[in-house]
Design a protein around this ligand. Structure first.
Ligand SMILES: *[C@@H]1O[C@H](CO)[C@@H](O)[C@H](O)[C@H]1NC(C)=O
Ligand SMILES: *[C@@H]1O[C@H](CO)[C@@H](O)[C@H](O)[C@H]1NC(C)=O
Ligand SMILES: *[C@@H]1O[C@H](CO)[C@@H](O)[C@H](O)[C@H]1NC(C)=O
Ligand SMILES: *[C@@H]1O[C@H](CO)[C@@H](O)[C@H](O)[C@H]1NC(C)=O
Ligand SMILES: *[C@@H]1O[C@H](CO)[C@@H](O)[C@H](O)[C@H]1NC(C)=O
Ligand SMILES: *[C@@H]1O[C@H](CO)[C@@H](O)[C@H](O)[C@H]1NC(C)=O
Length: 413
């Protein structure tokens, strides 16, 4: 680490130590919104591809659809900009500038645009010298940039950590968290802190991550594929380093964007993706083209019963359960305790088998560690179908499609 940066970091850290926890009132349930990255990447070619390039027009169009087509009504709120929004250099006062061709009105105007529609604006920076795509980073400018974002009326900051030594994340993110707090504007803090340490096989201080960040990435970026979804789900099931223990209101681990409505997943696979992100208490940040989306994908993204599981105020993520004697290479079982209603659970059964026929088996609620002796009333979640009342010892017959999911809610009777 640079000497100058080190000295300055030590000074700042003494200030940070006075904060007990990230307590900005935000992300009491997993945040919901839209982010351009997975679907639109660093497309800056507005000459040849004006409808898909990273420009203010793209974010305004998405915001309009979020409001007009029911997404806002079910909770999607943050419209977020990822990398490649910046001009190639700072202005003469060292302030960040948006690319003047692609964001001619500026970020403040874009934030106003969101606010007048009841939405929020998210932005992106990197704590290194440059962003992943080589735009100006926040190194040596953290305080000024925090203030710039606050002045613009930004509501969320995704801070990346490209072009850095991942060990430096342990001081950089707390410092930015502190500077965001000092602006006085509540800004949801999304941290790419743990993920780079995971890449480097470092042991990760999740307690610190959760203390300074509202949402935090810890595994690979989502790509447009089933493998990407399943590898992520497996990682969260394995819970390496116990990161899920640090999840709760104000602090959610982030398995990355939703790709429901994109190119890579079958309908059943989209249900697995949506259902499992709900189960994991994951931020629901779509990255898709809302202008061109299959009605079934749209209905999935807006399914209020699925969203209610994600947004349950207890904020507890699902854990993978392995009942005694249950040995399956392809099925995984998950339970998520809910507070609405009190004592209830969401249960997911995921089948990663690719043989072209549903897998049938039976399971008892007791096997899933549901213990209320009065029994539970079960409702299938995607379609809201009553399954009936089950004692904890009565077998439930399950049929789960290849690369599919069964999701039900169990309410004590
Ligand atoms: C700053 O931190 C204090 C103490 O944790 C908290 O009460 C306050 O709400 C925070 N303010 C903002 C704007 O994040
Ligand atoms: C991390 O560990 C994996 C598996 O052992 C290895 O392939 C990879 O090279 C390691 N990465 C770093 C940055 O050390
Ligand atoms: C089942 O519940 C008990 C008591 O609540 C708990 O100690 C145990 O860890 C749970 N087992 C699993 C597999 O979740
Ligand atoms: C069980 O849930 C269904 C909805 O799935 C509801 O119609 C029914 O009244 C409930 N039954 C009991 C006994 O709570
Ligand atoms: C479950 O399957 C078993 C055996 O196939 C059958 O006897 C039982 O009636 C089924 N239970 C329900 C609730 O459908
Ligand atoms: C079982 O559920 C009922 C209905 O919600 C509740 O009154 C009771 O306290 C629960 N029992 C246990 C042991 O949790």
């Amino acid at each position: 680490m640079d000497r100058r940066l080190m000295k300055w970091a030590m000074v700042s850290l003494t200030l940070v130590q006075t904060i007990q926890a990230l307590d900005n009132g935000l992300a009491r349930t997993p945040p919901m919104g839209w982010l351009d990255w997975e679907r639109f990447r660093c497309n800056v070619d507005c000459v040849n591809d004006p409808d898909n390039c990273i420009s203010e027009k793209l974010f305004m169009q998405m915001a309009d659809i979020i409001v007009a087509e029911g997404y806002k009504d079910v909770g999607y709120e943050y419209v977020c900009i990822d990398d490649c929004w910046l001009a190639e250099s700072r202005d003469e006062h060292g302030r960040l500038m948006a690319d003047p061709e692609r964001f001619p009105s500026g970020i403040k105007a874009l934030a106003d645009y969101m606010h007048t529609r009841g939405l929020k604006l998210g932005i992106y920076e990197d704590f290194g010298q440059t962003t992943c795509d080589k735009y100006p980073g926040s190194e040596f400018f953290l305080q000024q940039d925090a203030q710039t974002f606050a002045d613009w009326g930004v509501d969320l900051l995704k801070l990346d950590a490209c072009n850095l030594n991942a060990a430096d994340n342990d001081y950089g993110f707390p410092i930015m968290s502190f500077y965001l707090n000092q602006t006085g504007r509540p800004i949801l803090f999304s941290c790419d802190w743990a993920v780079y340490q995971y890449y480097d096989n470092m042991s990760i201080d999740y307690a610190a991550v959760a203390k300074y960040c509202n949402i935090w990435r810890n595994y690979h970026d989502m790509q447009d594929s089933w493998d990407s979804v399943m590898n992520t789900v497996e990682y969260f099931g394995t819970n390496q380093g116990g990161f899920q223990q640090h999840v709760g209101p104000g602090s959610f681990s982030d398995p990355d964007m939703l790709i429901v409505g994109d190119f890579g997943l079958s309908y059943d696979q989209q249900r697995v993706h949506m259902g499992m992100w709900a189960m994991l208490a994951a931020p629901l940040i779509m990255s898709n083209d809302l202008r061109h989306i299959d009605p079934k994908s749209k209905a999935l993204l807006q399914n209020r019963r699925v969203l209610a599981i994600n947004q349950d105020p207890l904020g507890h993520p699902a854990t993978r359960v392995t009942p005694q004697g249950f040995n399956s290479q392809t099925l995984s079982l998950w339970t998520k305790p809910l507070i609405k209603p009190q004592g209830s659970f969401a249960v997911a059964i995921v089948n990663k088998d690719i043989q072209g026929t549903p897998t049938r088996f039976s399971i008892r609620l007791a096997d899933l560690n549901l213990s209320n002796n009065s029994g539970y009333n079960l409702t299938e979640v995607f379609d809201g179908l009553a399954m009936g009342v089950y004692s904890i010892s009565k077998p439930i017959n399950i049929s789960v499609n290849p690369t599919g999911i069964v999701l039900f809610q169990a309410v004590p009777v």
